[in-house]
Design a protein around this ligand. Structure first.
Ligand SMILES: Cc1ncc(COP(=O)(O)O)c(C=O)c1O
Length: 393
């Protein structure tokens, strides 16, 4: 019998690669050929995980903590995460915290629970690339709302009003946001919550860059009583410098906990056990000064890179208050940010992410610069970009 080939599911056509990962692979291939590359594309801290966290992970392995935890997570980690919300003045019930494989796992749990096929999820464009694909995975419809400097790159209640339809299942916002670093002020967060929950939809707030904030601490959307349909997603990846450990969490409204737990049991059984023990140490008071010193270093980097890029001709209308990215308008220098990024990597050995990773709103006019490498490398990157632009003109 002739071989008959299976065809990929229809949803695969709607799922694009996470371009920054492709860019990173290209940069690594050039490095393998002996090229020196300045990495301004990587969305993770360059610091190794802090020693007390690593030690706790090693201790857990040596103690034989290599079996599954409950699907909702290690009880002592859930308790430690809940206790940490005291900084926001919230006495959180650990029963509302579910530990997940990164914020990625948390976002998938929540969207699986709330999105029916064909229903829309509103999100800011530009925004975190994977969100629209998570929605597609569950046969929902990602509805990107263009945001720019006029609304500080945020999905405001006015924009929600303008884009609202009866089939909106959820609104997904991030504070601080990737790629713009914008932080949602408390009053606006309140107004968005009220707008969304009054219309029978769910609000999902991604707080993965909490802690990496350079002005006022960011407000959290966590609700003390857990009655409103607001999910807060977070992770140990960024502020805690644990990207590769794969631990995050979601704070769920009470009535959704059982559904999320059921999904977690089926989808991933549990987050990594030794990583969960390490995460307990990440929240210990002794670790805090180490993490704060790193945050200060990120601020120094931002304060160097922002004016340096402006001087080169990139426009960055707002000073980002959080995360470790600068989302720059490159239209004074190029009309095609993707081609620019490719040429910059190949010819100057500087990797930056083109806007098309983050959505469809003017991507050709934007580049994202991550300050996740040391000051000396940022300076080297800026010098190379200057020389590259001189050659172009
Ligand atoms: C806004 C945002 N949300 C979620 C994630 C996923 O992070 P993780 O799964 O490592 O926690 C990222 C990663 O870059 C991100 O930028």
């Amino acid at each position: 019998m002739a071989m008959s080939r299976a065809v990929a599911a229809g949803r695969m056509a709607g799922i694009e690669p996470f371009r920054v990962m492709d860019l990173l692979a290209r940069a690594r291939a050039l490095e393998a050929q002996g090229r020196d590359i300045v990495h301004l594309e990587i969305g993770e801290p360059d610091f190794p995980t802090a020693a007390p966290i690593v030690e706790a992970g090693c201790r857990a392995l040596r103690a034989g903590h290599t079996h599954y935890t409950p699907a909702a997570g290690l009880p002592e980690l859930r308790t430690a995460i809940a206790a940490d919300y005291a900084r926001h003045g919230v006495a959180l019930d650990p029963g509302r915290v579910l530990v997940t494989p990164g914020a990625s796992g948390a976002l998938q749990l929540v969207l699986a629970a709330v999105v029916d096929p064909g229903r829309r999820v509103l999100m800011a464009d530009p925004g975190y690339p994977c969100n629209r694909h998570f929605v597609r995975l569950f046969d929902g419809v990602a509805a990107p709302v263009p945001v720019g400097p006029d609304c500080a790159y945020r999905l405001t209640p006015e924009l929600l009003e303008r884009h609202w339809t009866a089939d909106v299942a959820a609104v997904l916002i991030a504070s601080p946001a990737n790629p713009t670093g914008t932080v949602v002020p408390r009053a606006e967060l309140e107004a968005v919550r009220e707008f969304v929950t009054n219309r029978g939809a769910v609000l999902v707030v991604d707080e993965i860059y909490h802690g990496l904030v350079y002005g006022e601490p960011a407000a959290s959307a966590v609700e003390p009583d857990g009655e409103a349909d607001v999910f807060v997603v977070n992770s140990f990846s960024k502020y805690f410098g644990m990207t590769g450990w794969r631990v995050g969490w979601v704070v769920s409204p009470r009535r959704w906990v059982e559904d999320l737990d059921k999904l977690a049991q089926n989808l991933f059984l549990a987050a990594s056990t030794p990583a969960q023990y390490a995460a307990v140490a990440a929240l210990a008071p002794q670790t805090a000064p180490l993490l704060e010193a790193r945050r200060e270093e990120f601020r120094r980097r931002r304060d160097y890179l922002l004016p340096a890029l402006r001087e080169l001709g990139f426009s960055i209308p707002l000073v980002p208050q959080g995360a470790f990215y600068l989302y720059a308008d490159s239209s004074a220098l190029t009309s095609d940010s993707e081609a620019f990024s490719r040429a910059l990597l190949d010819e100057a050995g500087v990797a930056v992410t083109p806007g098309n990773d983050f959505g469809v709103h003017a991507p050709e006019r934007h580049l994202r610069f991550a300050y996740t490498t040391g000051l000396d490398r940022l300076q080297e990157g800026v010098a190379r970009i200057r020389a590259f632009l001189d050659r172009m003109s």
